[in-house]
Design a binder for this molecule. Sequence first.
Ligand code: ATP
Ligand code: MG
Length: 568
Amino acid sequence: MRASKMLISTLKEAPNEAKIASHVLLLRAGMIKNEVAGVYNYLPLGLRVLNKIENIIREEMDEAGGIEILCSALQPKELWEESGRWSKYGPELMRFTDRHEREFCLGPTHEEVFTSMARDLIKSAKSLPMNLYQIQTKYRDEVRPRFGLMRGREFVMQDAYTFDKNPEGLEASYKNMYDTYSRIFTRLGLHYQIVLADTGNIGGNGSHQFMAISDIGESAIVYCSECGYAADVEKAEVQKAVESTADLKALEKVNTPNQRTIEEISSFLGVDPKNTAKSIIYHDYVNNKFVMAVVRGDREVNEIKLVNACSSNENYLELATPEEIISLGSIHGFCGPKGINGVDIYIDDEVLAMHNVVIGANEKDYHYVNANFGRDFNGTVCDLKTAVEGDLCPCCGKPMKQHRGIEVGQIFKLQTKYSEPMKCYYVDENGKNVPMVMGCYGIGVTRTLQSIVEQYHDDFGIKWPLNVAPYHAVVVPINYNDEAQRAMAEKLYAILRENKIEVILDDRNAKPGFKFKDWELIGIPYMVVCGKKASEGICEFKDRATLEKVEMTIEEAANKIIEAVRSI
Ligand code: ATP
Ligand code: MG
């Protein structure tokens, strides 16, 4: 491709809203263009990268036995009513009504569509297991679309769905997809970690996420470098606390004027925050109830665990307002699990192991000291805490670490969560209708694209890995009007094209510094500069990843590039 004919739209500065390097660079390199919040257009260079990522996913999916289809983004309400998710999904679902007053949504995911596809089209049990997938545009009305392609309202996802006869079959399909996704992310050059995950809105039991390691990631990963345990913080467990051996003391109600926070109350009473309990009241709009979560004072409530415990939905669980707390006979800052009515109480298992705890007395300026579970207060015991660095590993007991990651993919064992209500059956050998056992799998393709940039860039721009780079190489004559330089550049360009190298010839009438900056920003892996030594047949070969520059003949440069591309 000749640069003069390309739509190159590099920018000196990124718009203000771009806060992270990968977003800045994708905009500055002219890979994407923003329309409205969370919606992007893919410009030619960005689209080439996107296509390459999609092709790697396709190759690996096809190799793993996947069958590609393409579904509409438009989905009728009726399908979502069959699964029960029309009412449950929440405001992220982009809903609309057509001119005939029929309701639709733009698919945020396609479990319903694929389940109905399998129900209608898989005629014989002999076809099972089956693995269907697509690469398609998804819509989610995210509360805070941000960081460019990382959290869009429209994004490309590869989603796959497996259909098996029984749970053992699902295990094998799940393992196959776990391995396939691992191969995909490895080929894409991502530094990633596979972690245990919560199943969220999708449902089912058993799930893993693929996390691109990055400080700007929205997900926190808790992991043990000793035994390999790794989990999203939403899911992460910690070793069970050992019950305190302290003697139980008599319960006492004490005056704690204006001491509302754990810090205030523990310094006022001179107790370790680890001997206090924090009681947080939520309004659960799914079940129309109030729930109280009680965790150790220095802990944070893990709202995902709470949602699971009370069978609610994260979009429908909100902190109770001060007025609501008063209506329950308590008061903000002094809530506690003793003597409160009208709330379902959930107690973290760690609190169970504590003796002589400080809790709120549900009365302004009063707390209880020496409260003990079972004797003074009760509730449903479950795991409600957010794990933090230093917590002990639930598998081997060693202290765990924490870092951040970008969720680029997730896989779920759905079991019969959708096939049962949607009557997606196969007929077994006894002629009986049996629900298919399903798994579902998703890669955020556009989020992955940006994650690669997040991991592969420097101060000058993007450093695309060769197999996803928009072009493999660029040939830059310092002065295109110089005969020797132009002749050399054209010759190299021709050799590379003959060898199926994706190459750009920078025939633009511009200063060399300007051209170099463009290609460094765009991140073309190899740049060959034809300059002063062109008449001697010598060019300069620059490697974008290492910034190394070496002089060589154009034949040598061509061979280096051809070899590198062949070894992808
Ligand atoms: P998140 O927790 O980040 O909102 P999710 O768990 O809801 O994502 P899934 O339903 O698991 O997302 O979707 C599969 C993949 O699609 C995710 O692993 C992620 O890579 C990608 N993805 C999800 N939401 C978005 C979004 N708003 N923009 C871009 N990619 C997304
Ligand atoms: Mg997910």
